[in-house]
Design a protein. Structure first.
Length: 258
């Protein structure tokens, strides 16, 4: 069913006029906006007119030199955000439904004192999600080597992209989203959660906060208020950050424009 939906989706992409990118002749990231359903029209307009994701894609194109196009598609889907190349084309899908659900969870959890703050957290955590899915795309398109669970790898890829672009707030908002997800659960953690391809939401939150602290222990000391770390763990965050930046550069340097 998902494969059929992907073929339909890419057929729509090919005929769409709402494609935004640096150049349609140079391979790179192509941003596509598809029509929303009646239920998601409001959130789709909010995302589109914010222009946040136009800037995100422009930043990605300024950062990476790609051998072929990678499509980033905002559309209606009940699948959640995902990457697929089943159509023969690399496509990152960000559903309007995901954005609407995330905003509802953030609002229910009291994240953001105003609608503007809530929207800012939403845009930033969706930006991190987009980088996460782009990580899956580049692993396939560029045939990047990976060790360990790919979902953990692309979380760290997303962190790396944010750091290169100077988007530390995006990292913090992603950590807030994982915190919100963990409190939104109304059931206990079960075996299938422990065997999931993703780490647990709180693990992902703590990992991002640890790396964020490690990137600048003095200026990012505020994240320690959200983690009870001993001195050895704090030092580990610094070492882990240094290793991550060094190793991702080694993997990506051939494809980096800047």
């Amino acid at each position: 069913m998902r494969k059929i939906a992907l073929f339909i989706l890419f057929g729509i992409i090919c005929s769409s006029l709402q494609v935004h990118s640096q150049s349609n002749t140079v391979p790179g990231f192509k941003l596509v906006w598809q029509k929303a359903s009646a239920e998601t029209g409001a959130i789709a307009n909010k995302l589109y007119y914010s222009e946040v994701f136009t800037h995100v894609v422009n930043d990605l194109n300024a950062m990476f030199a790609l051998p072929r196009d990678v499509y980033i598609v905002f559309t209606s889907s009940d699948e959640g955000a995902f990457y697929s190349s089943e159509t023969g084309y690399p496509v990152v899908t960000i559903p309007y439904e995901t954005a609407a659900d995330d905003r509802e969870i953030l609002d229910a959890g009291g994240y953001g004192e105003t609608d503007e703050e809530l929207d800012e957290i939403l845009y930033e955590e969706l930006e991190f999600t987009l980088y996460h899915e782009v990580g899956h795309a580049l692993i396939e398109v560029l045939q990047l080597p990976t060790v360990g669970r790919q979902e953990d790898v692309v979380d760290e890829f997303a962190f790396y992209v944010c750091m290169r672009l100077g988007y530390t707030n995006t990292i913090y908002s992603a950590a807030l989203m994982y915190d919100a997800f963990s409190y939104d659960r109304d059931d206990a953690i079960e075996d299938n959660d422990l065997m999931d391809s993703h780490s647990l939401d709180l693990q992902r939150r703590y990992r991002l906060l640890c790396l964020l602290y490690g990137s600048d222990a003095e200026n990012n000391a505020y994240v320690l208020n959200e983690m009870d770390l001993n001195e050895e763990q704090m030092d580990t965050c610094i070492y882990d950050y240094e290793d991550l930046i060094k190793n991702w550069y080694r993997i990506l340097y051939r494809y980096l424009r800047q």
